[in-house]
Ligand binder design. Sequence first.
Ligand code: 4AD
Ligand code: MG
Length: 461
Amino acid sequence: MGACVRIRHVLAGEGLGAEIEVKGWVRTSRVGKGVAFLAVNDGSCFASLQVVAEQGMASYDAVCAIGTGAAVAVRGRLAESPASGQRYELHATAVEIVGPADEEYPLQKKRHTFEYLRTIAHLRPRSNTFGAVFRLRSSLAQAVHRFFAERGFLWVHTPIITTNDCEGAGEMFRVTTLDPSRPPLVGGQVDFSADFFGAQAGLTVSGQLEGELFAQAFTDIYTFGPTFRAENSNTPRHAAEFWMIEPEMAFADLMADAALAEEFFRYLCRHVLENCREDLEFFNGQIDTGLIARIEAVADTSFAMMEYGEAIERLKKASVSFEFPVSWGLDLQTEHERYLTEQVVGGPVFVVNYPKEIKAFYMRQNDDGKTVAAMDLLVPKVGEIIGGSQREERYDFLEARMRETGIAPESLWWYLDTRRWGSTPHAGFGLGFERLIMYLTGMENIRDVIPFPRTPRHAEF
Ligand code: 4AD
Ligand code: MG
């Protein structure tokens, strides 16, 4: 008898004719005349392996009673399958029930809603849809690292606990060891100098500022890790904990930034087309028809680019009525973003050069004095998927902008220091990993592409 084989390899015909062992969980079981069928899945691929157990086998009666969800170890001979829909099947010689399951197991044959499956997040990875989502998620994460490694980018692990609010939006979760019922006070205010870090600390909203420091030493860097936002927005696209990929390049301007974003995005599209085919076929068939065609189109075309000003003009001329008003100076809402990418362009589009008032303090001011060198990549069905910019590398401009936006320059003295010595034009962006997965799977709720999602009022499991 050989070693235990993963079902992905078995279904590729590895071990044909030989005695092998597989281990996994029973997805379905069916008993016919003198023969029992088990569909066994071990998570290594979408498809399950059909196990055929015939009457006369040692534990045949026990096999017939195996419940959906049970863990089994099956020994047998791999053969070509006469049945349609599968090439191979395993003729069992021994079935061991490793962990039984009774009829209360919630994932029985019937289809469940995604809402219901969220309430059993501890079990949903064993379903078809979530198996496919999390296999694709894992594969994509590895592709992210490969993309940057191939291009000589340094992966920097920026801190999760920080005292800076990079985006300046005040959406940080607090990190403190002070007793909430009896915090030390000075003049009626909480005295954070007595806190663990000697200052008010929180969970990072972005690794960008620290990433910039590293780009001024390693030229091209990226971060890829968890990011936290305490924004109370209960939408299908926002999570309180999500992963972000943030490259940063020294000696680079906004156009170089957009070029990297496009190359990266198309690389990831090609990656899933070439490496996650079976799962993609499932999404294409069951979740979002047209998904594969859309990803193929994006992998093959170059992205459009539009000035913010032009985007506003296009929105004003739109024949649809928007919930949020449109005028120069206002931030784009999801409905606007989707109109631009879906109706105006019909594909991904970079919107560039936004009014400085609606963007973060670190973005480089354009010569018009009104706009900054910002770029958002908008894609159909999702809207904003990437946000980035060229950074303000000029000390005086940066300091002035900090004061204008109410950020004390002393609080970011180290950030300003990089503009004093060896400052370079530099640029970067942030890609929301979950939004990318939504885009590449057709899944419409961010809660369904995160193993254990954190959203307002939800942090169970
Ligand atoms: O546009 P954002 O806020 O940009 C930054 O954080 C910059 N510091 C990035 C940079 O230039 N290095 O966020 C970047 C991306 C968004 O485009 C979106 O895809 C994702 O992060 N994102 C979220 N994803 C899920 N849930 C949330 N609450 C998100 N907020 C942002
Ligand atoms: Mg943004």
